[in-house]
Design a protein around this ligand. Structure first.
Ligand SMILES: [Zn+2]
Length: 237
């Protein structure tokens, strides 16, 4: 895994120079138009504004004041493109649906979901598209309470037994975060550590994401969604 990361990083470091030289659209050969997130007035949405929109949306969701806010720029039709204000890496858990959790309409979040909200080539590649082509200013890595994937990893690390099948890949992805904690730790601690590990891997595994963060065009924050209270608590920076 270590050498793969280095190889990928080396390759993308070369690509990062091209992003500046010819533009992300040309680099990825997907589109010549970067769909940077803007608000209804056409003003670019900053990282902090996007985060404030999501925090306000979560407040509405947990208070039952559901409005499904839509930040798609005026005059833009979803059939002609997408203008998400944030990327969200969240668990596949059926109780964690980002559009509900942040009370926004379809078209507003670029979602990457898998059991345990882990990073990996597919997650990173998806987000590189969202950053380089769609111009998202924010990524939220969203863990959640009672996460079965993290719990299974705790058990596997403690007992040495693997669950079997390709579930092993999920456990192997989460395990380094769990092993780095003291032997006696809580599920809450493991959930936070796993979200923080995902953020590190997004940055370390992608020259495009790393460059966007360094240029302050992209903010990455981790949060934990409490299934009981519906509240998202952001982890400290
Ligand atoms: Zn989960």
């Amino acid at each position: 895994m270590e050498s793969g990361t280095v190889t990928r990083r080396g390759m993308l470091l070369g690509m990062a120079g091209l992003v500046g030289a010819v533009g992300a659209g040309s680099l990825l050969n997907l589109s010549s138009v970067a769909h940077a997130a803007t608000d209804k007035d056409g003003t670019p949405v900053t990282s902090e504004e996007a985060l404030a929109y999501l925090r306000a949306g979560n407040r509405r969701w947990r208070n039952g004041d559901i409005q499904q806010r839509d930040y798609t720029p005026s005059g833009k039709q979803l059939v002609n493109g997408q203008w998400p204000i944030a990327g969200v890496v969240s668990c596949a858990d059926s109780r964690v649906n980002p559009e509900n959790v942040f009370d926004v309409a379809r078209g507003n979040l670029f979602n990457v979901r898998n059991a345990g909200n882990v990073a990996g080539d597919i997650t990173i590649g998806s987000l590189e598209y969202a950053v380089a082509v769609l111009g998202i200013p924010l990524i939220v890595v969203l863990g959640h309470t009672a996460c079965g994937a993290v719990k299974a990893t705790q058990e596997s690390v403690a007992t040495g037994k693997m669950p079997g099948g390709d579930i092993d890949a999920i456990v192997n992805a989460i395990a380094p975060a769990v092993r780095a904690l003291p032997a006696k730790h809580t599920l809450t601690q493991a959930i936070s550590a796993n979200a923080q590990q995902t953020t590190r891997q997004l940055i370390d595994g992608s020259a495009i994401i790393d460059a966007a963060v360094r240029a302050k065009k992209l903010l990455i924050r981790e949060g934990v969604y409490d299934i009981a209270t519906k509240r998202v608590t952001l982890l400290p920076v």
